[in-house]
Design a protein around this ligand. Structure first.
Ligand SMILES: [Zn+2]
Length: 66
């Protein structure tokens, strides 16, 4: 995986947590990543909800999140 992954829509750089969330919600085989804003639109949800999911995954001890 490239060191600096970009959002496939708006090309903003992605944090480790954003990439981890993409892998969790879209799937590891997917090579396109979304930033939180674009992921929220893609999944028809809100950025707040996605941030909550990140916290949930972190509290489960998932290594994809830092
Ligand atoms: Zn984006």
């Amino acid at each position: 995986m490239a060191k600096h992954s970009k959002c496939c829509i708006c090309e903003s750089y992605l944090s480790k947590n954003e990439i981890g969330l993409n892998k969790k919600l879209i799937g590891k085989s997917n090579d396109k990543y979304f930033c939180l804003n674009c992921l929220a639109v893609h999944l028809d949800t809100t950025v707040d909800d996605l941030q909550e999911k990140i916290e949930d995954f972190k509290s489960e001890g998932c290594t994809l999140f830092g």
